[in-house]
Design a protein around this ligand. Structure first.
Ligand code: LLP
Length: 444
């Protein structure tokens, strides 16, 4: 048997707040037994905990405002958004970072306050820009020269003046996975400072009567486990920004993006939100004073750190294949269709047996998915108790970028999503897809 005290400590850092072990030896979150949820809704199942999301939103707001009052926290919708989530972020007073017409449509559907919507992206379409202008969103984060032209043209047509931030590429490596690194020179995002593009972009926006340049943004990558890249990125940006003030830029907003890391494995050691806040704000304040600029409003965009730990994926064990002296595969009923991250980035997760929590770990297995691809492995070399068909496996820290990046590969329906609400009950916030749904766009 495992030491329950030890296990309880371990799970508080990986699972949602209020996760515990009940008298049946099952995991529960806020008094809701995960075995019951799996039986009720089927598996794979994604579970989010409302309380945890609220606590993390509060932590972000207060950690940053402790150091700088004029801070606005945005939720980066790409980590996962649907109508209930958008409503929740709105009720927690977060703004929204969107990157597509789809995310904007969700925001519109719940009447998300347009003034706190920031529109990012390196190839916003004419339709998307029009839609966002019509909804009167607060800021466009302008990414490239073509966008400056297109946005100016559409603003002229609609006779509006739009506030914009300029996305800078400061040339800083945040040591994230190569596929999620964005702040370096060789990136499709933003205007590079060193090539002179950023300066040209400032001149060009200042000339546009329909664009009002009010500040600057960058996003270095994700997840960033170090504090230093933020410091270096901000220093590089502030030096550049100081040289734009004499050109007539009214520097009112600054956003160092998102990228705050979370714990996926027991051994991960992400900085506390408070440590990111301290480093970011102190660097901004120091740099502003160095260049004799007033400290602007600070805008933070976090996705992963807000919903990551709040979400748990539940799978049921199916078939097993034991290859002596090579590997034992234990197949789960989900995989790369609901969580592409291990196959795409080599991301690691810490699996837990849900229905016999206290049982000692006794074997090393590879948890494979059910998709028709050898690379569909959710966890390589997991150490777990002996697994049997029907057992339930939880992957904690699954709230960000799993349902958001889900696909219908092999025509598997996307799983349902359940929210555990404050009073310890659960409600469906996204139905599981049916085969009918999968065929509903086919035209015979
Ligand atoms: N702001 C901008 C401009 C971004 O591009 C992103 C993420 C964020 C904010 C939010 O980053 P976060 O706080 O969630 O780390 N699919 C990858 C992550 C890609 C992130 C893309 N941009 C993954 O599953 O790890």
């Amino acid at each position: 048997m495992k030491s329950l005290d030890h296990l309880k400590m371990e799970i508080t850092e990986l699972f949602p707040d209020g996760t515990s072990i009940n008298s049946k030896g099952h995991f529960e979150i806020g008094d809701v037994d995960l075995v019951d949820l799996a039986n009720q809704y089927g598996t794979p199942l994604y579970i989010y905990d409302e309380n945890t999301i609220k606590n993390i939103c509060y932590e972000f707001i207060h950690s940053f405002r402790k150091y700088w009052k004029d801070t606005h926290i945005l939720y980066a919708a790409k980590a996962f958004i649907n109508k209930p989530l958008a409503q929740l972020m709105m009720s927690e007073n977060l703004g929204l970072d969107i990157v597509s017409g789809g995310e904007l449509a969700v925001a519109q559907s719940v009447q998300f306050p347009p003034s706190s919507i920031y529109f990012h992206g390196n190839n916003k379409s004419k339709d998307e820009i029009s839609m966002a202008l019509d909804y009167k969103i607060g800021r466009f984060v302008v990414d490239n020269f073509a966008e400056i032209e297109l946005l100016t043209e559409l603003c002229q047509k609609k006779n509006v003046v739009q506030d914009v931030l300029l996305r800078l590429s400061p040339g800083i490596d945040a040591h994230t996975h190569v596929k999620t690194t964005t702040g370096i020179l060789d990136s499709k995002f933003g205007f590079s400072i060193v090539t002179g593009d950023a300066m040209d972009a400032v001149s060009s926006i200042l000339k546009s009567k329909n664009l009002n340049l009010i500040g600057f943004h960058c996003h270095l990558g994700s997840p960033i486990f170090e504090l230093e890249p933020y410091k270096l990125g901000i220093e590089s940006m502030m030096e550049f920004i100081s040289s734009t003030i004499t050109m007539g830029v009214d520097f009112k907003e600054f956003s160092p993006g998102g990228g705050f890391a979370i714990r996926y494995l027991k051994t991960d050691k992400p900085p506390q939100v408070e440590s990111y806040a301290k480093m970011i704000v102190e660097t901004i304040v120091k740099e502003c004073s160095k260049y004799d600029m007033s400290v602007p409003k600070i805008v933070i965009e976090s996705g992963r750190a807000i919903v990551g730990r709040a979400g748990v994926a539940l799978y049921r064990v199916g078939s097993t294949k034991d290859i002596p002296n090579v590997r034992k595969y234990v197949s789960l009923d989900g995989g790369m269709g609901d969580n592409i991250r291990p196959s795409l980035y080599g991301s690691k997760y810490q699996p837990y047996l849900v229905n016999r929590v206290a049982e000692s770990d006794s074997e090393k297995v590879t948890l494979s998915g059910k998709f028709c691809e050898s690379g569909d492995i959710l966890v390589e070399e997991a150490v777990l108790p002996q697994l049997h068909e029907g057992d339930l496996i939880a992957l904690p820290a699954s709230g960000a970028y799993s349902p958001a990046m889900a696909s219908n590969y092999n025509l598997n329906p996307k799983p349902p999503i359940v929210l555990i609400t404050k009073n310890g009950t659960s409600k469906l916030i996204r139905k599981g897809e049916t085969y009918e749904d999968l065929m509903s766009f086919d035209v015979l």
